[in-house]
Design a protein around this ligand. Structure first.
Ligand SMILES: Nc1nc2c(ncn2[C@@H]2O[C@H](COP(=O)(O)OP(=O)(O)OP(=O)(O)O)[C@@H](O)[C@H]2O)c(=O)[nH]1
Ligand SMILES: [Mg+2]
Length: 200
């Protein structure tokens, strides 16, 4: 079951946001762009899990919430799949990332435990086994000319799953990165406020 975000005060909450997706799609780079506004061309694969904290204010008109985001970044290698359970547990929102120049990161690929890739539908399934949370799909590396993932395919995946929205992003030039994180940061608030409604 999905837990409500932890209230720090009446107008501030602590959320866990998980970022999942195949190896090398840019998960760590997207987080770095959002948190530090920086980008590195060199690739250093994530080992296990990294956690980054970031305060994000979300306003609905006159009401502002000061949220503390705990952004969990999971290594994309299949051999880390045993970590998934503890990684996903307690999440309040999720981002699933694929890369537009790497169709396997979107569709998945058969293989042994070192080479298989689970793709967007596979990641959604893994997340949904444990929590039901607002989920957004990111098709990253939008700055590259090479684009092997059509809009129709993206829409189809979203219609078949619980993905709420999909954005083309670039950690390199910043396209849509802040927008996606800010959008996601507002969503668990809805769940938090629903706790005040009787009979829910
Ligand atoms: N052109 C371009 N390159 C990117 C973008 N995002 C990431 N990269 C590059 O892609 C490579 C992999 O990026 P990472 O952020 O390490 O990917 P990851 O998904 O965290 O990979 P793992 O930790 O191995 O699962 C790096 O060389 C980045 O510089 C982007 O938006 N555009
Ligand atoms: Mg990484």
């Amino acid at each position: 079951m999905t837990e409500s975000p932890e209230a720090i005060s009446a107008s501030s909450y602590k959320f866990k946001v998980i970022v999942v997706g195949s190896q090398g799609v840019g998960k760590t780079s997207l987080i770095r762009r959002f948190v530090e506004n920086k980008f590195k061309d060199e690739y250093t694969t994530t080992i296990g899990t990294d956690i980054t904290l970031k305060n994000v204010d979300v306003s609905f008109g006159l009401i502002t919430y000061q949220n503390r985001l705990m952004i969990w970044d999971l290594a994309g290698q299949p051999r880390y799949e045993t970590l998934h359970e503890s990684f996903i547990k307690g999440a309040h929102a999720a981002m699933v990332v694929a890369s537009q120049d790497d169709p396997e990161s979107f569709y998945g690929a058969e293989g042994d435990k070192f080479t298989k890739r689970i793709g967007v539908r596979g990641w959604i399934e893994l997340v949904n086994q444990q929590v039901h949370v607002p989920t957004i799909l990111l098709i990253n590396k939008a700055d590259l000319e090479e684009n092997k993932i059509l809009d129709e395919e993206i829409v189809k995946v979203c219609e078949d799953t619980n993905i709420l929205g999909a954005y083309r992003t670039s950690a390199k030039n910043g396209l849509n990165v802040t927008k996606v994180f800010n959008t996601l940061a507002g969503m668990p608030l809805i769940l938090a406020r629903l706790r005040y409604i009787r009979h829910w």
